[in-house]
Design a protein around this ligand. Structure first.
Ligand SMILES: Nc1nc2c(ncn2[C@@H]2O[C@H](COP(=O)(O)OP(=O)(O)O)[C@@H](O)[C@H]2O)c(=O)[nH]1
Ligand SMILES: Nc1ncnc2c1ncn2[C@@H]1O[C@H](COP(=O)(O)OP(=O)(O)O)[C@@H](O)[C@H]1O
Length: 188
């Protein structure tokens, strides 16, 4: 299944919170050794089970501002009251080494990547319906009701921008969604 003959590239996976981006990305990483997932910086607090340096680099607001000031982030944005950003180092190195570098980021960051990295492949993951998105956010049991409400509010805005992306993929059946992402990532 793993094929190392592909040339390196940057791919962005965006879509509303709770749509299943993390689930899809974890499965892709297990299936393809040549995929490298960028680990973001965030000012959000770790959720239960999240590990610093594996899920995110958890940093203070001051440290985050310092990284922005030093131009160390390829893109960054504020989402539901916290800052998130992609560390610039590692991205270009991994692309040069022939890997497919994945960024799992929100809409504003994806827009910045379109400007700074126009050749990046940009994929948008859609839920089968808003009701199912809400069900997934609640079933995950990782966020407070207020955080879920903020994410749902933001979801409507993000979904309205789906056609800014190269491909829109509906995450209804998980295996089918994975197959569609694979066909986009390994297209050439
Ligand atoms: N712009 C940007 N967005 C990010 C980055 N890392 C994560 N995000 C996005 O921030 C949003 C919130 O992430 P998170 O708090 O982990 O919540 P979840 O998506 O509901 O699991 C999601 O849409 C992520 O894709 C980043 O480095 N830059
Ligand atoms: N295709 C799917 N069908 C049903 N549930 C799903 C599917 N994909 C993901 N989920 C579930 O939805 C919830 C949110 O998924 P997650 O990967 O955390 O989303 P995101 O990273 O986009 O916020 C999780 O409980 C996950 O198990």
């Amino acid at each position: 299944m793993t094929n190392t003959s592909h040339s390196g590239k940057l791919a962005v996976i965006a879509g509303p919170s709770g749509v299943g981006k993390g689930t899809l990305v974890r499965s892709l990483l297990q299936r393809h050794q040549e995929i490298y997932l960028s680990i973001s910086m965030t000012t959000r607090s770790p959720r239960e089970g999240e590990v610093d340096g594996r899920d995110y680099f958890f940093v203070s607001r001051d440290r985050f501002q310092q990284l922005v000031g030093e131009n160390q982030l390829l893109e960054w944005a504020e989402f539901a009251g916290n800052c998130y950003g992609t560390p610039r180092a590692q991205i270009e190195d991994n692309i040069r080494q022939g890997r497919i570098v994945l960024l799992e980021i929100e809409l504003e960051g994806a827009r910045q990547i379109k400007d700074s990295f126009p050749e990046a492949l940009r994929l948008f993951i859609l839920p089968p319906s808003i009701a199912e998105l809400e069900r997934r956010l609640r079933s995950r049991q990782s966020d407070s009701p207020e955080a879920i409400a903020r994410r749902l509010e933001r979801a409507t805005i993000e979904i309205a921008a789906a056609d800014e992306f190269d491909r829109q993929i509906i995450n209804d059946n998980l295996d089918e969604a994975i197959a569609e992402i694979e066909s986009a990532l390994f297209a050439d």
